[in-house]
Design a protein around this ligand. Structure first.
Ligand code: FEO
Ligand code: CA
Ligand code: CA
Ligand code: CA
Length: 671
């Protein structure tokens, strides 16, 4: 265990060092066909059974389907009824308990939470806002103690602070003070909190020596090609290696060596300029200067938050390089509260949704990550060095060096991983790339040159733990025009999203060429114009829109969380929620609703404990998104007048983003 700070062997127990390498998978031609073309598509005739039989013979198809039938048993639970109201709901036979809420104290001798008197200093010792990705690290063998690592993606000042009003123009910061910004900055980042299972309920261990808050101010370092690069240097850090803070932490990952990865997603939104246009508003384009072109490719400047008014580093006029120090993947060692988080620049700079890891069969570590914007790409990182079970210090350097690639999906059902390597192909000085540091820092522009496939907003990209397949959530892309569709992004004005399945050859996640198929196309299957594709057994409660985060349970079954944003009423008339989806055999593409959020919230962070008996979920931004369209309320929420006061339902407490633990009544594995 060495560097994790433990002396007691049992206390130091982690589930990770004994994880087997991902086994190879039998790849018959029939299995490939069956995977690439779902049963439904075959029956529909896009690849007719007759045609497939003619091409590949019945034996291939038979062996494929018998492989599929042998897959994990379908998730067994009575499906929840869809709908939307002021609270959460879980399938019958399960209990959903609140584990921790925004503002709950992590340390001893703290006052009860009062949002009216909250300061930045106080918030930095409490659970942050807008919980997103969740990871659970076991602390003992029975799994009754563990560390919960949770991302805090962003702030919703309109329901966090008294007196700031509804802010119908979200860029109107007239009422946002320096004190508000201090709270916002401390409410971002990551929480590490020990939790313990006590009589069937998970509770935070207040004052645990592991408890930690990482915020927009926490000191960290960078490694990899861009560490120390000219564009990483600032007035406060002339060496370009000492950084402060992580922001807009969306999804992430849990490494096999027991560390936590957090993805900096919409970090661009915090960097503004003082330059204003004729309408008096801050410019988001055309500010001139040498960085204009590269910054605009990343959406910088922007003005989602007013941090630039109080902190020069968030003002691109005053500190032009600070923006290059965000949009990375950050590694945190939750077992060492004094450790400095590391931004691994080798994994590229873009709007990282998450970073899900798998140990390849040759021992190299593979990390998948999506860039969540319309027409952006899916990336893969393969480490140069191999995972060594039990050698945490070695393993914590695996993400420092390796090959970043970007995905191109071809119409014939194959896909290629195109390496982003300086000096190869177009990644040369003639095109503005002078080093590998330039390539990772401007990964988006490098991927443009390699002609990667622009996707419908890639969110979570999740490898199945053993099958060699990888699932990418493509949440939506209303901007795709009919002439821009391709086989992998087949619908124009894609309001509803889809899930793409990528299959590595014989389970080799480092291979150059994969195959791919669509798992589902989301939206209402009863409306022909939607063009949805589901297993026909999917019910009116089970279909959904806008897949975002996902995970696999202990048995290797896929669970998908949704984020419809403010358009839920137009898209589905359902609250966001969590769905179990079959990926194999008769259950392939069959979706069933397990949990739904209170109004205005999105569903994040699905995370199962290793024994499969607890499912942690993050309910993010309750009472905010699209509450005008919820008829019992019909207006924008404010601190004083929110659409719901979930989960406390106390008249003086605003809604609070919270982590929920779901367990089976009477115990046992979920579903
Ligand atoms: Fe933070 Fe892409 O969701
Ligand atoms: Ca997300
Ligand atoms: Ca995930
Ligand atoms: Ca989201």
């Amino acid at each position: 265990m060495g560097d994790d700070g433990f002396s007691n062997k049992d206390e130091a127990f982690q589930a990770f060092d004994d994880i087997p390498l991902s086994p190879p998978r039998e790849d018959t031609i029939g299995a490939i066909i069956a995977r690439r073309y779902s049963r439904r598509e075959m029956l529909k005739g896009s690849l007719g059974v007759t045609a497939a039989t003619t091409l590949f013979g019945t034996a291939a198809l038979t062996s494929a389907s018998s492989t599929a039938e042998a897959a994990a048993a379908p998730a067994a639970f009575r499906e929840l009824t869809s709908g939307i109201d002021e609270t959460h709901h879980v399938a019958e036979g399960y209990q959903a308990d609140i584990v921790i809420r925004w503002g709950d104290p992590l340390f001893k001798d703290m006052k009860p939470f009062d949002p009216r008197t909250l300061t930045g200093e106080d918030q930095a010792r409490r659970f942050g806002y807008n919980n997103d990705y969740i990871a659970f690290f076991r602390l003992n063998r029975p799994g009754t103690r563990g560390l919960l690592c949770v991302n805090h993606e962003y702030a919703n000042p309109e329901v966090m602070f008294a007196g700031v009003g509804g802010r119908p123009d979200k860029n109107d910061f007239a009422k946002i003070t320096a004190a508000h910004v201090a709270v916002e900055m401390a409410a971002h980042g990551v929480s590490v909190v020990e939790i313990a299972l006590d009589r069937g309920k998970w509770r935070p261990v207040v004052g645990s020596r592991f408890n930690r808050r990482i915020t927009a101010l926490t000191e960290m370092t960078a490694d990899g090609p861009a560490a120390g690069h000219e564009r990483m240097k600032t007035k406060a850090d002339p060496a370009g290696r000492k950084l402060w803070g992580t922001i807009n932490n969306c999804a992430g990952g849990q490494t096999p060596w027991g560390t936590y990865l957090t993805g900096e997603e919409n970090s661009h939104g915090y960097f503004w300029t003082d330059q204003k246009g004729p309408d008096g508003k801050r410019l988001t384009k055309g500010i001139g200067g040498p960085l204009q072109k590269t910054n605009e490719r990343y959406g910088i400047p922007s003005n989602w938050y007013s941090w630039g008014r109080f902190h020069e580093r968030f003002n691109v006029d005053k500190e032009p390089n600070e923006c290059h120090r965000f949009n990375w993947i950050v590694e945190v060692d939750p077992f060492n509260p004094n450790s400095r988080p590391v931004k691994h620049t080798a994994l590229g700079r873009f709007r990282h949704e998450g970073a899900e890891t798998i140990v390849n069969k040759d021992g190299r570590v593979v990390v998948y990550s999506g860039d969540d914007s319309p027409f952006e790409y899916i990336y893969r990182f393969v480490s140069r060095n191999r995972f060594k079970p039990g050698d945490k210090a070695h393993n914590m350097r695996l993400l420092s060096e390796g090959t970043l690639s970007v995905a191109r999906f071809d119409a014939d059902g194959t896909m290629k991983w195109l390496p982003l390597v300086f000096g190869t192909g177009p990644l040369t000085p003639e095109n503005g790339f002078n080093s590998q540091a330039d390539v990772v820092m401007y990964a988006r522009s490098a991927a443009d040159l390699l002609k990667a496939t622009p996707m419908d907003r890639p969110e979570d990209v999740q490898p199945h733990p053993t099958s060699g397949r990888v699932y990418a959530m493509l949440t939506n892309n209303a901007r795709r025009r009919p002439e821009q569709v391709d086989k992998a992004n087949p619908r124009p004005h894609n309001d509803f999203g889809h899930i793409i399945e990528m299959t590595s050859p014989k389970g080799d996640h480092a291979a150059e060429t994969f195959t791919w198929d669509l798992l589902i196309k989301c939206g209402d299957p009863r409306v022909a114009e939607v063009g949805a594709m589901w297993n026909p057994a999917t019910t009116a409660d089970g279909w959904f829109a806008c897949p975002d985060n996902c995970t696999f349970d202990a048995q290797g079954r896929l669970w998908v969380a949704t984020d419809q944003g403010r358009e839920w009423a137009r898209k589905t008339k359902k609250a966001d929620g969590l769905y179990a989806i079959g990926t194999e055999g008769k259950e392939r593409g069959l979706s069933r609703l397990f949990f739904r959020c209170p109004v205005g919230a999105e569903m994040c962070g699905p995370c199962f404990t290793p024994n499969g008996q607890t499912l942690f979920l993050a309910v993010q931004h309750p009472a905010t998104d699209g509450v005008r369209d919820w008829q019992p309320f019909g207006r924008d929420s404010t601190f004083e007048d929110p659409a719901t006061r979930w989960p406390d339902f106390k008249p003086d407490m605003p809604p609070r983003p919270s982590v929920v633990a779901i367990r089976k009544k009477g115990g046992g594995e979920i579903a």
